[in-house]
Design a protein around this ligand. Structure first.
Ligand SMILES: [Zn+2]
Length: 138
């Protein structure tokens, strides 16, 4: 069996690659990548039950096949799955919204998979520029 300790759940948004992947690799080493439009929205507030189930099934597969003990769930600013940054009056409101979504998603995962550790991170590219910020949420 191939082993990794970590699975990372993300939105599919191209604007965060390869910067976010490089940052994850630096922090976690090897990892499974579970990617679907909306990221943790599919856990916290899915638009379709099938999306939610697909994410849960991928997490279960990562645990079963690769011995994953840590799940890193991410959301990102200006996510089309949530209607983009224009849905929020201010940047701080958007960050707080994603913090709440990630905390909701974390509770769902901890109930379904009580033996794994869950980290939550918001990805942000200020002004859409070259910089990437990883905003830890707890
Ligand atoms: Zn997105």
């Amino acid at each position: 069996m191939h082993q990794t300790s970590t699975a990372i759940l993300t939105c599919m948004d191209f604007r965060f690659w390869p910067l976010a992947l490089d940052a994850f690799a630096e922090q976690y080493g090897s990892f499974d990548l579970i990617s679907m439009a909306g990221g943790a929205k599919n856990i916290a507030s899915p638009t379709k039950d099938a999306y939610h189930q697909a994410m849960i099934d991928n997490i279960a597969t990562s645990i079963k096949l690769h011995g994953t003990t840590r799940l890193v769930m991410t959301n990102h600013t200006d996510c089309g799955g949530y209607g983009g940054s224009c849905m929020f009056e201010a940047h701080d409101h958007e960050i707080e919204f994603h913090r709440c979504e990630l905390m909701t998603a974390k509770k769902v995962i901890q109930k379904l998979f009580p033996d794994i550790n869950v980290d939550t991170v918001i990805l942000h590219r200020p002004n859409g520029g070259g910089e990437l910020c990883l905003i830890g949420v707890s």
